[in-house]
Design a protein around this ligand. Structure first.
Ligand code: SF4
Length: 613
């Protein structure tokens, strides 16, 4: 009789949607005949401390979620005691955001969390299960390992398993060494490993590759180098226990109405396979891109939509498989489905592709727009140009898609010119959706900046700033468990420019939060174009572009065009202009910030008023 397995999702995993990890593992294990129950303890804790407060804490930096759960394991260590002083301004800022006094955070750490953990151990009959498995991603680590310890103390016979991105590679090895109550760590993908591990646990057979374990007290690990590709072997993720838990806690919960469903169409990154973006720490050792068939994506989404009575999906892929644009979203568009999707995609999309995505239900995209500086984009090996980023923002706005993006700074080779150029360019773009933030890159484990720092002039100086104040550096090697790192470079940017960029973006965001949204649009007639420009907060401008200028402007609407293309188009339209004259027209449009040029191609920045494009 196979063991019953408990899977656990701890704070601070987001409570607003289920865990893709638990859903995927639940399906995997059930397919192999195991009885599985998923415990969404994050939902219980979120309700305990207030849903809004919980949600905000999930998004905060400096390992605040880890620190709040660290009292039982590390509360007596020197660094842990100093967190509140060292990150005083951070705690003050959080307390303002959650509208609670700072003492609330201390109460959460020292009273509410220990009570919650003891409640979790005592209320659930863990003794029913042969195995308790935790997936640990982002700020779920200390909550997970602490509960695991308490369970092991009460039920020594239970096997404790860990997996998830916090346990990848060296991090998993070090956590396993330190947290002796963990019996097995699945480091990397589970599909090839977990079914064999379950058999080995039940039969006493040798532990398969890909599992960190102990033999006679010694740590053993042989890496599994085989990436999983056989997606058709397993059905869609199983979120029954997530829905059931919400029903138990709050039958009236709005989370039950059209719940957000997570789905994985692909793993790895097809761009990163060839050009690993220099700052990107995603995918650890599994960059190889693997995607589900179109048929499976259609079938799984239909199944999930029906099973959970939902129209809302969030694809967890790092990057969209391009064949889905027509094959999935194009088909959804033809059928006029009312589904909604969040996706991550590369920004170098055509207008037709953006239209297909939007009409197929994509209402939020994260296109990896991180800069408008060619130099920075080349340095990050992003494979897109500033004009493509602008084009994506323009047509996403036209088709009503929200764009999630941020401006990244702090690249080791960046220059003052990168800042100046972006500050100037932003004056032309204020009608487009602003970034969420401007911020320095993190130096992430697994990124090229981490694996080859010398090549980029980087000196890694220590673990991420919060690690010594959360974990105990005396008992564990923080360089081995840290996901982000402190670093130095020799390059210095003028602080005034940094400040100016921040101010410029803050102003951009303010305008979009105000009642009078900035806009730049145009209407087109046979022989002229009218441009309506209210990007600056001053008086709106209304411009009439006659003849060749109007036609050139309209021609550069749906794709960036070069001078040859524009000249040929004008000729077809009966406007014969010499090259010098055309160059003058284009320069004039650039000077008025109506067009932007890059490497000899020009894009009209205005949105068409016409709604049939
Ligand atoms: S940043 Fe995005 S595109 Fe670049 S390697 Fe990472 S996942 Fe791929």
């Amino acid at each position: 009789m196979p063991s019953k397995i408990a899977l656990v999702n701890m704070p601070f995993g987001f409570h607003v949607y289920p865990s893709i990890q638990l859903g995927t593992l639940s399906t995997l294990l059930k397919t192999h005949g195991h009885q599985v129950k998923s415990f969404y303890l994050n939902l219980h804790f979120a309700h305990q401390i207030d849903l809004e407060v919980y949600n905000k804490l999930c998004e905060e930096r400096f390992l605040i979620g880890e620190w709040l759960f660290s009292h039982i394991l590390f509360g007596e260590s020197k660094g842990n005691k100093e967190y509140a002083d060292h990150f005083k301004s951070h705690l003050q800022s959080i307390s303002q955001k959650i509208n609670r006094p700072e003492s609330f955070l201390h109460d959460v750490k020292t009273q509410m969390v220990p009570e919650f953990l003891h409640w979790a151990v005592d209320t659930i009959n863990w003794g029913e299960y042969g195995v308790v498995g935790f997936t640990s991603t982002f700020n779920q680590n200390i909550a997970s390992v602490t509960l695991a310890k308490l369970i092991k103390e009460k039920y020594p016979a239970i096997k404790i398993m860990f997996g998830g991105s916090n346990f990848d590679s060296e991090m998993g090895l070090e956590y396993f060494r330190v947290f002796e109550w963990i019996d097995y760590v699945v480091s990397g993908e589970a599909e090839h490993v977990l079914p064999g591990l379950m058999e080995a646990v039940e039969s006493g057979d040798p532990i398969p590759k890909g599992v960190i374990h102990r033999v006679n007290g010694d740590l053993c690990f042989e890496e599994n180098l085989e990436n999983f590709t056989d997606f058709k072997k397993y059905g869609p993720p199983d979120y029954d226990d997530y829905i059931e838990t919400i029903r138990e806690i709050d039958p009236q919960s709005p989370l039950l109405d059209n719940p957000i469903i997570l789905y994985e169409t692909a793993r790895g990154c097809w761009w990163g396979e060839k050009h690993h973006c220099t700052f990107c720490g995603l995918n650890a050792s599994t960059m190889e891109f693997r995607a589900r068939s179109l048929e499976q994506v259609h079938a799984d989404l239909a199944d999930l939509s029906k099973r959970y009575n939902s129209y809302r999906f969030r694809l967890v892929d790092n990057i969209l498989e391009m064949k889905y644009i027509d094959g999935v979203f194009g088909e959804f568009a033809k059928n006029n489905y009312d589904l909604q999707f969040f996706i991550e995609v590369k920004s170098n999309l055509t207008k037709a592709q953006i239209k297909n995505l939007a009409h197929g239900g994509v209402n939020v995209i994260q296109p990896g727009i991180e800069s408008f500086s060619m130099n920075q984009l080349q340095e990050m090996d992003k494979g897109v140009r500033p004009l493509q980023n602008i084009f994506c923002l323009k047509w996403a706005l036209y088709y009503g898609m929200e764009v999630t993006w941020s401006i990244l700074t702090g690249f080791p080779q960046e220059t003052d010119a990168d800042y100046r150029q972006q500050i100037d360019l932003i004056q032309s773009l204020t009608h487009l959706q602003p970034p969420m933030a401007v911020g320095d890159i993190w130096l992430e484990r697994f990124s090229p900046y981490f694996t080859r720092p010398d090549q980029y002039g980087i000196r890694i100086t220590g673990p991420g700033a919060a690690y010594p104040y959360v974990y105990d550096g005396d008992t564990m090697d923080l360089m081995k468990v840290s996901y982000d790192f402190e670093f130095e470079t020799d390059l210095k940017i003028d602080p005034a420019l940094v400040e100016e960029l921040h101010q410029t973006v803050a102003h951009w965001k303010e305008r979009h939060q105000s009642k009078s949204l900035p806009y730049l649009m145009f209407t087109k007639s046979m022989n002229f174009v009218t441009v309506y420009d209210e990007r600056s907060a001053k008086q709106p401008l209304k411009l009439r572009l006659e003849g060749a200028a109007g036609k050139a402007f309209a021609f550069c609407n749906e794709a960036p065009r070069n001078l040859d293309q524009i000249q040929a188009h004008l000729k077809e339209q009966g406007e014969t202009v010499e090259r010098a004259e055309l160059e003058g027209i284009i320069k004039d449009l650039e000077d008025q910030r109506l067009m932007v040029g890059e490497r000899g191609k020009y894009l009209n920045l205005a949105l068409p008023h016409n709604s049939h494009l």
